[in-house]
Design a protein around this ligand. Structure first.
Ligand SMILES: Cc1cc2nc3c(=O)[nH]c(=O)nc-3n(C[C@H](O)[C@H](O)[C@H](O)COP(=O)(O)O)c2cc1C
Length: 200
């Protein structure tokens, strides 16, 4: 018996995985954005096509339940989620929680409720929080995971809480950087496994 996967499985595995990585803050070259770039790099190394939406690209009007009119940036975000096989969310910890910028962007995922693939169904979600101390980094990471669960996504086994106070530079050879890479890899691995079981 051959160890090679069946032809169909190979075809499923060969198609590139598409990832959407969102996060950052309004501050140019923020620590959060650097963390986002590292997760994206890990995913690309694992073979994914990665689209990044960060910082000011996510400065959207407050999500309005009373209208279906959406700003262009909001439509772009929701369409990018629809195209993606996996998602990465990186938020700074503001007052111990997900920043308003990132949470508002996530609120727009409500527009996916009636899709054939509702919300983040079947999608791996890499979760990362960056704060100036462990307390806010950890509570924010926990919240991102809760949001991913609420949206029917699958948070990856590894999440990362980055303490920017302890590792301000977040340079490429740090423990944080290696973990951020691994989160990107895990999102890609899950997307491939999910394709195999769904035959998608
Ligand atoms: C409005 C605001 C609230 C913040 N609250 C906290 C906090 O509660 N705990 C903490 O450790 N850091 C807090 N910080 C610091 C950020 O988490 C920290 O600068 C982190 O590196 C993310 O910011 P950056 O991506 O812009 O670098 C806060 C920053 C701002 C602007």
């Amino acid at each position: 018996m051959s160890d090679a996967p069946p032809e169909h499985s190979q075809d499923v595995l060969d198609r590139p995985v598409r990832l959407l990585a969102i996060g950052g803050s309004t501050r140019p070259e923020s620590t959060t954005e650097r963390a986002l770039a590292m997760v994206a790099e890990g995913a690309r190394t694992a073979g994914a096509d990665v689209e990044v939406m960060s910082g000011r690209e996510l400065m959207l009007p407050i999500y309005d339940t009373e209208t279906s009119h959406r700003a262009e940036g909001a439509r772009r975000l929701v369409d990018a989620v629809r195209r993606a096989d996996g998602l990465v969310i990186v938020s700074p910890g503001y007052h111990g929680a997900i920043s308003g910028l990132i949470k508002n962007a996530l609120d727009y995922f409500e527009d996916l409720a009636a899709d054939p693939r509702p919300y983040l169904h079947g999608m791996a979600v890499g979760c990362v929080a960056v704060a100036d101390g462990w307390q806010a980094a950890v509570t924010t990471l926990h919240q991102i995971r809760q949001v991913a669960h609420a949206l029917r996504g699958w948070p990856t086994p590894l999440g990362v809480a980055v303490n920017s106070g302890a590792d301000r530079l977040l340079s490429a050879d740090t423990h944080d950087a290696r973990q951020l890479h691994m989160v990107g890899e895990q999102v890609v691995q899950f997307a491939r496994m999910y394709r195999l079981i769904e035959g998608a």
